[in-house]
Design a binder for this molecule. Structure first.
Ligand code: OGA
Ligand code: NI
Length: 302
């Protein structure tokens, strides 16, 4: 059996690492795992708990009430999708409350049970993500200020609710995929289900309520010409307990063109990806069912 099966995803304590230690650890995580967890990150545990409670409360409401709350205003910044409809073999066993990208987000329109905690949370996690992105780029000796701004320009958030699934092997909560953007900060509750792939193995992301999981997305893999890998991940269903997660996605603006930087190309590491407008990358990803990291093929040079 491969050693990977007993490994756990690294946990970085932001309160006791010097900037250079932190950058070094992040660099190892990004090239070996594509994912790491952070604790003592400055977002209070009480706020994390409040968000999980608000999300749980929202999804405990009857569906009609959820819809009424969300669709009362045609310019609502929120949308709900249900993944439980029959969508052939590609269904995901989850409900999602999706927040549209930041420039359009009028927080006054949020249902009041969500408004205050979510606005506060979004702001705090946004600056945390910007800080993490800065350390990622600083560790690569790149222009960290510029790149962290670019790669956190488009911010979206989804609240995922995975109901119990009667048939354990019927489908996934989320099918295997990598995230399209630059980095994702994900917060889980205490219920297992999320797994990440390392080499040939699927590894459980053991729940930690005080942590954020930082996932490297496809844009960072493209930018570094494959030196940093976006992490493939999936969510398994279970028969008895609902699961909640909140995913905050950070990405370039849709007009930004992202391609490998010159310093990541050499004789030994020839160009792997072409430069692509992020909006085109997204649209391509949304246009067809995903299969693991298949959307990267859209940018791949072969
Ligand atoms: C996603 C995702 C994982 C989770 O929303 O892209 O991978 O635990 N979510 O909900
Ligand atoms: Ni994901």
């Amino acid at each position: 059996m491969d050693d990977d099966t007993i490994q756990i995803v690294p946990v970085l304590d932001l309160s006791n690492l010097s900037p250079s230690q932190l950058q070094q650890k992040i660099a190892i995580c990004c090239s070996e795992w594509g994912v790491f967890q952070i604790i003592n990150h400055g977002v209070p545990l009480a706020l994390q708990n409040q968000i999980r409670d608000a999300a749980r409360h929202f999804f405990s409401l009857p569906t009609e009430i959820q819809r009424e709350l969300l669709q009362a205003d045609p310019f609502s910044p929120l949308s709900v999708f249900t993944g439980l409809k029959n969508e052939g073999e590609f269904r995901n066993w989850k409900h999602t409350l999706g927040f549209k990208p930041n420039p359009y987000m009028n927080t006054n329109l949020l249902p009041c049970i969500l408004r205050e905690p979510f606005v506060n949370f979004r702001e705090k996690v946004g600056s945390l993500a910007h800080g993490v992105a800065k350390e990622i780029f600083a560790g690569l000796q790149l222009n960290a200020d510029l790149l962290s701004d670019i790669h956190t320009r488009r911010q979206t958030m989804t609240v995922n609710y995975y109901p119990p699934c009667p048939e354990r092997n019927f489908t996934y909560g989320i099918r295997p995929h990598s995230d399209f953007g630059s980095i994702t900060l994900l917060m889980q509750d205490e219920v297992k289900g999320l797994q990440i792939r390392k080499g040939g193995n699927w590894i459980d992301m053991n729940p930690r309520k005080d942590a954020f999981i930082v996932m490297i997305g496809d844009q960072i893999e493209i930018l570094t010409n494959g030196m940093y890998k976006s992490v493939e991940h999936r969510v398994l269903t279970n028969r008895s307990i609902p699961r909640i997660s909140i995913a905050c996605f950070y990405a370039p603006a849709e007009d930004d063109v992202i391609g490998p930087l010159g310093k990541f190309m050499s004789k030994r590491t020839p160009l792997m990806y072409r430069a692509v407008k992020f909006g085109d990358y997204l649209n391509h990803g949304f246009s067809k069912p995903l299969n693991g990291k298949s959307n990267l093929m859209y940018s791949a040079i072969n």
